[in-house]
Design a protein around this ligand. Structure first.
Ligand code: GLN
Length: 487
C-alpha cells in the first residue's frame, strides 16, 4: 500500500526500485476511486496525465536521478486555486466554470523540477473564502474521521486527501488559516510559510498581502522536504524574498530542545476554547518542556482585534482582486442587453453568497467616507499586531497555541451564522496579518467521537527551520501522527 507511506519512506523505496512510480500513482488513483465517493476531496483527476508523469519519473529513476530529485515519483495533489498548465482552475466557483490554467504556477514548476507527479484538483471553499469547504460551488468535502463533519477550510480537500491517504502530500493556500485549520481538523501536518517565502505566481489571488502557498503532509519531515522544494525567490512575484532557502530537512536535528524558549500567549488560552482541546494543548506544552524547552508566558494584547482586522483587510483586497472576473477576460459569460447588464448577470450568477458578501463588505470599507474609519484603521491595528509578535519574539523562539478552538464541527452547524464560522480561525488569523510562519501538527484526539486536535507553532519571519525542528521533536516523541482514520 505505497499510497499510505510518507514522502521520505516512499522515496527510499522508489530509489531502491522496490516500487515503481507508476505503481505508487496507480495506488493513489485506486484509493481515490475507492474512498473519494465518501470523502469528496477531489473535484477532478486526470489519470492518464498522472500515469504519463509517473512513467517519466520511472525512466529518470532508472537513470539514477532519485538522489538529486527529492520528490521523484511522489504523487502530489493540488488545491483548485493553483495553476497547473492545461488543467481546470476553477477555485471551486461557477464563475470560472470551464477555465483551464494557461501556465504552471511557480510552485508547480518547482515540484516538477523535483520530480513530483502532479495529479488531481482538490476541493475548497469558493475562492478560498471559508473554513469548512461548505462554500464550494460544487460539493462539501467530508472529514475522513467522521463523514458527518467538515474537514475545515478553505483547503479542506487538501487536508482530507492526505488524511485519507488519497495523495502522499498536497498543496494548499493560507490567507487566514486555510492550511493550518483543516490540517488540525483532519489530523495532518500543515505549514503556512513566512509571507514572501514561497512565490504566489500562479496562485489565484484572494487577499494578496496575506496569501501564501504551503504543504500538507503526513509528518513534519515531509513538510520540511516539500517546503524546501517550493520556496525561494521568484522574479515573477515581486513580494517573494531573496532570502536563501536552507535544506529544511537537514535542519531537523532530533529530540533535544534544550536552549529553546517557547511562548504561551495568555490571550490564546481563554474564551470559546473547548476543554478537550485545552487539555491536549496543555499536555503538548508539558511534553515540549520535557524535551528541554523553557516555557515563557508572552502577551499578544492586540490579538482580540485580529478577526475584525482580517475581515476588513482581506475583504478589501478581495473586492479588488475579484474585479477581474467580469465576463470579458476569464470566465463563463452571461449575456445582457449592454455591458453593464452583462457584468451584473455574470457576477450575479457566477459568485456564491459568501463571495458576494465579501466583495460587498470589501467595497464598502474602501469607499470614500468609510476608508479612514475602517480600512486605514484596520491597517494601523495590523501594525500593532505585528509589533506584539516582534516584542514576543525578543523573548521566545516560537509561540505555542491551539490551532482551532474546537475539533471538527458538523456539516451545516455554522452555515447560517457567518460570525461563528469566522471565529473558527481565531488562533490562525493573526499569523497572516503579521506575515510570520505557522505550522499545525496533531497533538491528540477528542474522546467521543474520536477527532484530531491540532497544535500550532508560530515562528519568527523566515524562522521555518526552528519551527520545523520543534515540531519534529514533538512529533517524534508522541504517537499522534501515526493514527489513521477508520476508512
Ligand atoms: N477562513 C478564513 C476566511 O474565510 C481564511 C481563509 C483562508 O485562509 N483562505 O477567509
Amino acid at each position: 500500500m505505497p499510497h499510505r507511506l510518507t514522502i521520505s519512506a516512499l522515496s527510499e523505496k522508489l530509489s531502491r526500485r522496490e516500487v515503481s512510480a507508476r505503481e505508487v500513482t496507480q495506488a493513489c488513483l485506486d484509493r481515490v476511486s475507492s474512498v473519494d465517493g465518501q470523502v469528496k476531496a477531489f473535484l477532478s483527476v486526470d489519470a492518464a496525465d498522472a500515469l504519463a508523469q509517473a512513467d517519466a519519473a520511472d525512466r529518470a529513476l532508472a537513470e539514477g536521478a532519485g538522489s538529486s530529485r527529492p520528490l521523484l515519483g511522489v504523487p502530489i495533489a493540488i488545491k483548485d486555486v493553483i495553476s497547473v498548465q492545461g488543467h481546470p482552475l476553477n477555485c471551486a466557483s461557477r464563475i470560472l466554470g470551464g477555465y483551464r490554467a494557461p501556465y504552471d504556477a511557480t510552485v508547480i514548476e518547482r515540484l516538477r523540477a523535483a520530480g513530483a507527479v502532479i495529479f488531481g484538483r482538490l476541493n475548497m471553499d469558493e475562492f478560498a473564502m471559508g473554513s469548512s469547504t461548505e462554500n464550494s460551488a460544487f460539493f462539501t468535502t467530508r472529514n475522513p474521521w467522521d463523514p458527518a463533519r467538515i474537514p475545515g477550510g478553505s483547503s479542506g480537500g487538501s487536508a482530507a486527501a492526505v488524511a485519507a491517504d488519497e495523495a502522499v502530500a498536497t498543496l494548499g493556500s493560507d490567507t487566514g488559516g486555510s492550511i493550518r485549520q483543516p490540517a488540525a481538523l483532519c489530523g495532518c501536518v500543515g505549514l503556512k510559510p513566512t509571507y514572501g517565502r514561497v512565490s504566489r505566481y500562479g496562485l489565484v489571488a484572494f487577499a494578496s498581502s496575506l496569501d501564501q502557498i504551503g504543504p500538507f503532509t503526513k509528518d513534519v519531515r515531509d513538510a520540511a522536504r516539500l517546503l524546501t522544494a517550493i520556496s525561494g525567490h521568484d522574479r515573477r512575484d515581486s513580494t517573494s524574498v531573496p532570502t536563501p532557502v536552507p535544506d529544511y530537512e537537514k535542519g531537523l536535528l532530533g529530540g533535544d530542545l534544550r536552549g529553546l524558549r517557547l511562548g504561551i500567549a495568555r490571550e490564546f488560552m481563554v474564551g470559546g476554547l473547548d476543554p478537550e482541546v485545552k487539555t491536549a494543548v496543555d499536555a503538548a506544552v508539558r511534553q515540549l518542556q520535557g524535551l528541554g524547552a523553557e516555557i515563557v508566558e508572552v502577551s499578544l494584547p492586540h490579538t482580540e482585534y485580529a478577526v475584525a482586522v482580517y475581515y476588513i483587510v482581506a475583504t478589501a483586497e478581495a473586492s479588488a482582486n475579484l474585479a477581474r472576473f467580469d465576463g470579458v477576460r476569464y470566465c463563463a459569460r452571461v449575456e445582457g442587453a449592454d455591458p453593464i447588464q452583462m457584468y451584473e448577470r455574470t457576477r450575479g450568477t457566477g459568485f456564491g453568497p459568501e463571495v458576494k458578501r465579501r466583495i460587498i463588505l470589501g467595497t464598502y470599507v474602501l469607499s470614500s467616507g468609510y476608508y479612514d474609519a475602517y480600512y486605514l484603521r484596520a491597517q494601523k491595528v495590523r501594525t500593532l499586531i505585528q509589533r506584539d509578535f516582534n516584542a514576543a519574539f525578543e523573548k521566545v523562539d516560537a509561540i505555542v497555541t491551539p490551532t482551532t478552538p474546537t475539533a471538527a464541527f458538523r456539516a451545516g452547524e455554522k452555515t447560517s451564522d457567518p460570525l461563528q464560522m469566522y471565529l473558527s480561525d481565531i488562533y490562525t488569523i493573526s499569523c497572516n496579518l503579521a506575515g510570520i510562519p505557522g505550522i499545525s501538527l496533531p497533538c491528540g484526539f477528542t474522546s467521543n467521537p474520536k477527532l484530531p486536535i491540532g497544535l500550532q507553532l508560530l515562528g519568527k519571519p523566515f524562522g521555518e527551520e526552528s519551527l520545523l525542528r520543534i515540531a519534529h521533536a514533538y512529533e517524534q516523541s508522541t504517537p499522534w501522527h501515526k493514527a489513521r482514520p477508520p476508512l
